[in-house]
Design a protein around this ligand. Structure first.
Ligand code: ADP
Ligand code: MG
Length: 253
């Protein structure tokens, strides 16, 4: 506990919420605490990610405990891996529960994780980062929902259940959901990146439709952004369950 508050102070991290998990001090901590997949850890180190950034220190354990998260940290502070690492590890635990500290027993098929980003460029960047860290990790089937994949799903050339993590922009996803070409009912974790945009007036209706299509009662929701205004936070809080709030630096621009 003492170390945790030191670490939070050192990095200027503010957290709030109930029963906050302790932050990690290194990626190796994830091996001892959550049995982080070895190949995943090796890939992180290979990419030069030797130390977790402040948002990663807090958000990764929170997500591993299945908490809803409101994460706010400056641009370039590593928010992408803050949500991708626990998403991949939770999926691995779900696929092979015997290796998991949680010991889940339900296996089920269908898309497990969904990351929604307001622009194609950002969505593709997330996909690239994810592809690198899951390289050689068995069982992880990632897709970036581009035009060609969308067409194949619509024509039933490919079933959406072939994938377990999907990275997408809102409109492309919604049109597939409405055509019954993609099934979001198995989603366990949804991440809204650049949440300040996702809850802006021109996006909020799309965001709402996506959240409505994720009907799994155990759905966990996370939002990440460089700035989170009070109105965005209010909407986020209204759709979340006891979220852990993690603020690195200043909340508003
Ligand atoms: P944000 O989404 O907060 O703006 P990104 O997730 O895009 O930031 O990360 C910014 C850069 O930092 C990327 O090039 C990413 O690969 C790198 N990065 C992320 N985590 C770490 C880390 N733990 N150590 C070193 N570099 C990192
Ligand atoms: Mg980002």
């Amino acid at each position: 506990e003492e170390d945790a508050s030191k670490l939070r102070k050192k990095y200027g991290i503010k957290t709030s919420g109930e029963d906050l998990p302790l932050p990690i001090g290194s990626f190796e901590d994830l091996v001892t605490r959550f049995k982080l997949n070895r190949t995943l850890l090796d890939n992180l180190l290979k990419e030069g990610f030797t130390e977790p950034t402040p948002i990663q220190c807090e958000a990764i354990p929170a997500a591993m405990y299945d908490r809803d998260i409101i994460g706010c940290a400056p641009t370039g502070s590593g928010k992408t891996l803050a949500f991708l690492i626990p998403l991949v590890q939770s999926l691995l635990d779900f696929i092979s529960p015997k290796n998991s500290v949680k010991g889940k027993s339900t296996k089920g098929s269908g898309i497990y994780g969904l990351v929604v980003s307001p622009t194609k460029e950002l969505a593709y960047q997330i996909f690239s980062e994810l592809s690198k860290i899951v390289n050689g990790v068995p069982g992880i089937k990632v897709a970036y929902l581009n035009k060609s994949l969308a067409a194949k799903l619509r024509n039933k050339v490919i079933q959406s259940s072939k994938f377990n993590i999907i990275i997408t922009t809102p409109l492309r996803l919604i049109s597939l959901v409405e055509d019954d070409a993609i099934d979001l009912s198995h989603i366990h974790h949804i991440v809204l990146d650049e949440a300040d945009k996702m809850f802006e007036s021109n996006f909020v209706e799309q965001t709402d439709r996506i959240l409505t299509a994720c009907t799994n009662p155990h759905l966990r929701r996370s939002i990440f952004s460089a700035t989170i205004t009070s109105s965005v936070e209010e909407i986020a809080q209204s759709v979340m369950t006891y979220p852990e709030r993690i603020i690195v630096g200043h909340k508003e621009a």
